[in-house]
Design a protein around this ligand. Structure first.
Ligand code: MG
Length: 220
């Protein structure tokens, strides 16, 4: 039924065990609040970007090599603070084996930054393709129907047999729906949970409610 399943990353596949503002202060020595508007404008840039633009804009007085070093440190620390939801990779294997489908990841953020997280998780050991919005391709952020069309072209995806799984209604679910994809809005958690047969998982894709899910409860 599904020939392609694309997952969001943050809050869907993984979660972080550290405070972003605290880490920002440790690396840059200044309060995140003071810089958050400028920082986020660059980190959420809709196009190709590395993340260095955010550092350059917030800390123009820093030397260029220090800016690069600080971003590397921040990126490494942030990637180290990520943990996959328990059972997510087993769930992905189960979906892949059951539907004989390709699995992808589409995450918003600067290329280097998001790839540090994805590499830390070993994402490419589990999925067929993965992109950060800041990558040369697709160089575009969610929410966007044209972004999904780019993925369709690149990976021979038909909307009718495609499913987008994500935790963000505005960024993940609404555009996928508008593009004619199946969607599943999830709220992953780590609490003990009854088995969720694949059949129920599939049924949930036809509904609008958010599915609270412990990924390790997914069963064939
Ligand atoms: Mg998310």
């Amino acid at each position: 039924m599904f020939k392609t399943i694309v997952f969001d990353l943050d809050g869907t596949i993984c979660h972080h065990k550290a405070s972003y503002p605290k880490m920002f202060f440790e690396v840059f020595g200044e309060q995140y609040n003071k810089h958050s508007n400028t920082w986020l404008r660059h980190m959420l840039h809709n196009g190709e970007h590395s993340g260095l633009e955010a550092v350059q804009s917030c800390f123009p007085q820093m030397k260029q090599d220090e800016q690069t070093k600080a971003l590397d440190t921040f990126t490494r620390k942030w990637a180290e603070a990520q943990a996959p939801y328990t059972g997510i990779f087993e769930a992905i294997s189960l979906l892949k084996a059951n539907f004989h489908c390709q699995i992808g990841v589409m995450t918003n953020g600067p290329s280097k930054f998001q790839w540090a997280v994805m590499n830390k998780l070993g994402i490419l050991d589990h999925v067929d393709f993965a992109y950060a919005s800041g990558d040369v391709f697709p160089a575009e952020c969610k929410p966007s129907v044209p972004l999904l069309r780019k993925l369709e072209d690149k990976h021979s995806i038909s909307p009718q047999t495609a499913l987008f799984v994500g935790d963000n209604l505005e960024k993940d679910i609404k555009p996928a729906k508008a593009a004619g994809w199946h969607t599943l809005h999830v709220a992953p958690h780590e609490q003990p949970s009854a088995d969720l047969p694949l059949e129920n998982f599939t049924q949930a894709t036809g509904k609008t409610d958010c599915l609270a899910i412990n990924w390790s409860s997914l069963t064939a």
